[in-house]
Design a protein around this ligand. Structure first.
Ligand SMILES: NC(=O)c1ccc[n+]([C@@H]2O[C@H](COP(=O)([O-])OP(=O)(O)OC[C@H]3O[C@@H](n4cnc5c(N)ncnc54)[C@H](OP(=O)(O)O)[C@@H]3O)[C@@H](O)[C@H]2O)c1
Length: 263
């Protein structure tokens, strides 16, 4: 396992404007589910943009990651699994872009054990990481760094059937929590929601898109500074998801309020 040089926030001035992290030389990008199909594809795409990479993975063996030319990717590999978010706090202090990407899909299951796993991995651990990263970012100096970003991979299962009830329920919970908490956390972090259609991976062997192509589209839309990143062959997703996001934003904004700091 190789380690990148420590983050040097003073090395370059932060570029102004949206999507600054994508253009920031040596931005530190941490990706959960790093050894999955999309995790690996995103690591390659970020590497091509000159990012310093942190692979957050349950895998204890060194990840064999190579770039398009077959050269090994310089990746700092950190072992982690859902439930152990708090242990990542010191590491997150170095991170400019956190991509919350891990997930499970136990097709056809509906047992209590499978429900617990889906809720814990797909929804609650992702939400805890989001909150933890926002807290870390709010407490660290911002000078010389790009605006911190969190990318949350929910799935179009947020709004469409995925032939997997526990997957749908857990991804909808994550999507709804993200909509609610974004009302406050967007002041601290740039939040991008990744809403993806089916691509081939261990989680979905029947996917029609390739993870590499999806990763390319994600970075392209992030470069346009989209907060809602949609990659799907299903045209309904491009209509329903923005509508769902807007409706939730209005409704949650109307019926809830931010916590005021204690006087
Ligand atoms: N494939 C699709 O059609 C599709 C569509 C929409 C959205 N998505 C979402 O895209 C993300 C990536 O999925 P993928 O398709 O690339 O599947 P994948 O290849 O199965 O990758 C998922 C990764 O999640 C990580 N993971 C699983 N259980 C974990 C746990 N208990 N704690 C921490 N990490 C855990 C693992 O990463 P490590 O091996 O590195 O530990 C695993 O490789 C998921 O959130 C998925 O829901 C997928």
């Amino acid at each position: 396992m190789s380690s990148p040089t420590p983050s040097s926030p003073d090395a370059a001035p932060a570029p102004a404007g949206g999507g600054a992290a994508l253009r920031f030389p040596g931005a530190v990008v941490a990706i959960t589910g790093a050894n999955g199909a999309l995790g690996r594809a995103l690591l390659r795409r970020w590497h091509a943009r000159g990012a310093r990479l942190i692979a957050l993975t349950t895998c204890e063996e060194p990840l064999a990651l190579t770039d398009a030319a077959g050269e090994p990717l310089p990746v700092r590999q950190v072992c982690w699994r859902a439930g152990a978010e708090a242990l990542l706090e010191p590491l997150l202090a170095e991170v400019d872009v956190l991509v919350i990407n891990h997930g499970v899909n136990r097709l056809g299951q509906r047992s209590a054990v499978a429900a617990t796993e889906a809720l814990e991995v797909n929804a609650l651990s992702a939400w805890r990481l989001l909150e933890l990263f926002a807290r870390v970012v709010s407490q660290r100096p911002t000078a010389g760094r790009p605006r911190a970003e969190v990318w949350v991979n929910t799935s179009e299962a947020e709004i469409q059937p995925a032939l997997s009830p526990l997957y749908e329920i857990s991804k909808r919970l994550l999507g709804e929590l993200l909509s609610l908490r974004a009302l406050d956390l967007a002041a601290i972090l740039r939040i991008r929601r990744l809403v993806l259609g089916p691509f081939r991976s261990a989680l979905n062997p029947y996917g029609v898109m390739s993870a590499d192509w999806v990763a390319g589209e994600i970075l392209r839309q992030a470069g346009w500074n989209c907060g809602l990143i949609l990659v799907s062959p299903n045209p309904l997703t491009y209509v329903l998801m923005p509508l769902a996001a807007l409706t939730r934003r209005l409704y949650y904004g109307l019926v809830s309020k931010a916590e005021r700091p204690a006087a």
